[in-house]
Every structure is written in structure tokens, then in C-alpha cells.
Design a protein around this ligand. Sequence first.
Ligand code: GLT
Ligand code: MN
Ligand code: MN
Length: 390
Amino acid sequence: MSDAYTPKPEHKFTFGLWTTANPGRDPFGEPTRPALDPVENIRKMAEIGAYGFNFHDNDLIPFGSSAKERDRIVKDAKKVMKDTGIVCSMATTNLFGHPVFKDGAFTSNDTRVRAYAIQKTMHAIDLGVEMGAKIYVFWGGREGAEVDLAKDPVESMKRMREAMNFLTHYVKDQGYDLKFALEAKPNEPRGDIYLATTGNMLAFIETLDHKEMVGVNPEYAHETMAGLNFSHHVAQAIECGKLFHVDLNGQKMGRFDQDLRFGSEDLKGNLLLVRLLENRSYTGPRHFDAHAYRTEDSDGVWDFARGCMRTYLILKEKARQIDDDVEIRALLKEIRNDDEQYQSLIEAHDADGFEKLKRAKLNPDELAKRPLRYERLDQLLQEIILGVRG
Ligand code: GLT
Ligand code: MN
Ligand code: MN
């Protein structure tokens, strides 16, 4: 069955190999689903209309594989890509699974662990580029601490910078066409993770040698876990020209990292997020970094994946409905109350402008009288979401 919400490659939906291969393990329980072969995984993603797939080095090539085994898997994966048209849109490094990273990778106190983390990333970058990835994500799940006394947090920033600088120089030296996207998370698996929010990442990027090739990969669940407004972080990244990638999913505030199906929590927030991405012409992949409930079997995983994409497309249509709604448009215009004269004063950074604004007759009591019809506006939005506004 195909309808207006049927995903197609042009929608640029992607999934990490780890998302649909998630076997349903959690800290309290064993897997509830069988393992999924990565090449089969890619084929199935293509079949349900995804544009691309993403992977950690070890999602595709198991840790410790021989060179021969690596080449065989790469060959098989490339064949599926050729047969189906699916692309590899992003690659990343697993710097969290192996016990060597128990106290961090790029920010480990042990120089040799830091060197190993950089070495592993160089190999993973080579692999990502070979598969065609144009974006390389850095999620530092183990870069943090429980015992703050043991690690100097200022030095940790320096170590993080050293690693990122090394790797941007490496990419340039190799002549790769690759951009980096840094992904923040406040905690989990570490008690506290360094560079906890997208805002922290944006500030950190400005200190790098090749900052032009580094942006962010905000994840809905991560800002939401910390009780923050995800769209505001995405908006700041867009405004800085740094939204290189985005991880979409569902998450309740204040909980562990749930990575639920996109749109399954906070429909209003997700609708405004989709509207932001669409209206601000975000052209990168829409990556669903989530997984199916533990209750699902192998088929249920694909219900989950289809659900993420369908919900996105439904919300995209609702976003258009908001922007076409005559009453909403009129309300938004009224709420803004643009005034060209004062706007030009705010923009004029000269002596004349300073003087004029100082002497301008602005009466706060009068200004405060203007009602802002947010009740009506929000109710209209609510009725669009609930599907009762024509
Ligand atoms: C891991 C994490 C995600 C990151 C992935 C990339 S791995 O699943 O929870 O948020 O995006 O390393
Ligand atoms: Mn997550
Ligand atoms: Mn993520």
C-alpha cells in the first residue's frame, strides 16, 4: 500500500545500522530479538524507502576481523548499495564498547588509550570514506567522569581539542571530502559527559584549527533528557551554519536515554521541529537514531522504522498546514508588530542612532497593554495536531 506518507529516497531518511539491529538488550535484560546481519539490514532499509544508512566501524566490521573478512563485508555491502541505490550517508567510530574505553577515549588519562582512540578513528574514517560517507559523527559516550577528582575537566577540553585537530588535519591530508558533526549528550553511559549540550559543542568548535569543517549532530533525546528545548538548540545550530546532521527520536524528559520511535512523545514539539528543519531548508539526512521496543520481534523492527518515516511525513504536511492557515498567519503578523523605524535604530550602530534611541519616546506602560493572543494561537495549533481543523 502506498499513500502520501510513503517514504522515498528523496526524503533523505536514514537509519544507523545499530538502530534496526538493536536486539532489545537493556541493562536489566538479555536480547529479545535475533542478531541482524549488517548487509541484510542495509537491504531491508532500502526496501522500506530509506535514502541511506549510517554505521559505526564495528557495526559493519566486527571488532578484531581480519583484513580478508573486512574486504568481503565491504564488497557485499557495496553490492547491496549498487543493487538498491541506498547510500552510506554517515559513519562514526565505536569509542565506547570495548573495555579499553572504560574511562574515556579522546579524554582518557592514559596517553596510549588516547593514541589508540585516534588510531581507531583514522581507520574508521578510511572505511567510512570508502563506503561513501560525507559526514563523520563524533559521539563521546565515554568522555566524562563519575569521579571528577580523577580527571581535570580543563585538561579534558584540551585533550578533546587535540584529538579533533589531529583528525581534521588527517582528513585534509588524505584529501577526503568529509565533514565532522559533534553530538552532545548530558550523561549515560558516564555519570556526566563532557560538552553536555549542542551549545557546548558550538562553543568548542570555534576553538578548533579547522572549524569550517566541523558542525553538530544534535539528538532529540539528548537535550530532552536534560529538560531542554531541542528545537532551540537546532535553531542555534542552523543560525550558526553548523547543522550538519540531526538525530531524531522520541524521549520523555528527565529519563534515561530512551531512543523511542520518532514522534512517539511530544507531538507538538516534534511538529515544530519538523517545521523548523523544513522551513529553514535543512538539506542533510533525517537520521532516526532510535530503536524498536523490546517487545518487538524482527518484523516489529520494520514497523518501528516505517513509523519513524511516516510520522515525519505526516508532521511535514501538518507544518505546511500551519503555514497556510489564514487565521494563524494573521495572528502571527499581529503578534510580531514590526516597526521599521525602531528596527533601523536598533541596527544603526552610530552616534546618531545611539542618541535617537536614548531620546525615543517609548512608554513601557503603553507597550505592555498590547495583548498577545497566544491562547488562540496555541489552540489552533492543537486543533491542527488533533486533525479537526480543515
Ligand atoms: C549510540 C548513541 C547515539 C549516537 C551513536 C553514534 S551511538 O547509539 O546513543 O546517540 O548517535 O555514535
Ligand atoms: Mn540517544
Ligand atoms: Mn545519536
